[in-house]
Design a protein around this ligand. Structure first.
Ligand code: 3EB
Length: 325
């Protein structure tokens, strides 16, 4: 189906569907390779034989550009980009993240899309420790340094985000930015991550729980990776209880966005989930449980490491509005 909006996100069957003319970007998970001007392969195992593709397209004409290892596409309203960079050694991991984020911030601003809405971050060895901090904590430090240097200090400008550990490969990012700001929506059940106490690391995580964007004719709610966290504390040791808590969190966030905007956002319809599971052997159990809770909501299952060791899974969501929004 061709895209009739500013931005469309779809999960086409790669073999059956030719790429539409206005592709902003494409992400493949698992083994498949894709060819679009801006594309990224994320090396995460998928459940079963799935080799899913996430396709970002537009009804508007798209122009593509690249600056070194940053590849992007834009349509006058939004910019989609991707960047990968090798991890050299532990000592330089933090500064690698910092320069990577600086490159994203400076280039999106130079191109005229200064508002970061959504960031996906994947890198290997998320639990590797060095100088008393693990890679996730050093990621937060590098990201915050770049945000500080670019005067991105207003938390209402923090993008929604996902950070997931891979088993191999480079630091890989993809992101969505826009000419005009989105509206951050925080979760009433969770402390804002940028206010986490210092026990989780020296730099608090600079992301919003979700970002609402009203495009021309459709609104999108980009929900960050959501874990079994209430307040700032991890909850439950068992998989099924963590999933139930996450669904509670996601529902609370969708309800908050609806209250804030008057737009109907629900997990039951016009939603897509990505479920990241620490142990891929847990995926089929989770899928069964998720099917009883949300029988009609499509979900992609990916094996990835969650930043806190006590968390077994994390779920991100995209919800879009009906035609009347
Ligand atoms: C949490 O709620 C879980 O540092 O950008 C989820 C999504 C998490 C994004 C980030 C971290 C981030 O704290 C971890």
């Amino acid at each position: 189906m061709p895209c009739e909006q500013t931005i469309c996100i779809s999960y086409p069957d790669f073999t059956a569907t030719p790429f539409p003319p206005s592709v902003l970007g494409a992400v493949s998970f698992g083994a498949s390779e894709i060819h679009a001007a801006a594309s990224l392969r994320v090396p995460l195992l998928t459940l079963g034989n799935d080799t899913p593709i996430e396709l970002w397209s537009s009804a508007l004409p798209v122009a593509t550009a690249a600056l070194n290892d940053l590849h992007y596409a834009h349509n006058g309203v939004a910019l989609w980009g991707t960047l990968t960079r090798a991890v050299r050694d532990e000592a330089s991991f933090e500064s690698a993240v910092e320069t990577l984020y600086e490159d994203v911030l400076s280039q999106t601003r130079r191109a005229g899309y200064p508002h970061l809405l959504r960031m996906w971050n994947y890198f290997p060895g998320i639990h590797i420790e060095y100088a008393g901090l693990d890679r996730y904590q050093r990621f937060c430090v590098g990201r915050q340094r770049a945000f500080d240097r670019h005067q991105l200090r207003n938390e209402r400008e923090f993008p929604a985000a996902t950070v997931i550990g891979t088993q191999s490969g480079d630091i890989a990012l993809y992101f969505l930015a826009a000419r005009t700001p989105g509206e951050p929506v925080e979760n009433p059940r969770q402390l804002s991550a940028y206010r986490y106490p210092e026990q989780y690391g020296p730099a608090s995580p600079a992301f919003s729980r979700s970002m609402l964007k009203r495009w021309d004719g459709v609104a999108h709610l980009y929900i960050s990776g959501t874990a079994s966290i209430v307040g700032h504390e991890s909850r439950h040791q068992q998989l099924n209880n963590q999933l139930a808590e996450i669904l509670h969190n996601l529902r609370a966030l969708a309800a908050q966005a609806t209250t804030h905007s008057g737009i109907d956002f629900s997990l039951e319809q016009r939603a897509h989930l990505k479920v990241y599971v620490r142990d891929i052997n847990d995926a089929s159990k989770l899928r069964t449980q998720l099917l009883t809770e949300l029988p009609t909501t499509p979900a992609l299952f990916l094996a990835g490491d969650i930043c806190r060791r006590d968390l077994l899974l994390e779920i991100e969501a995209l919800i879009w509005s009906g035609a009347d929004a």
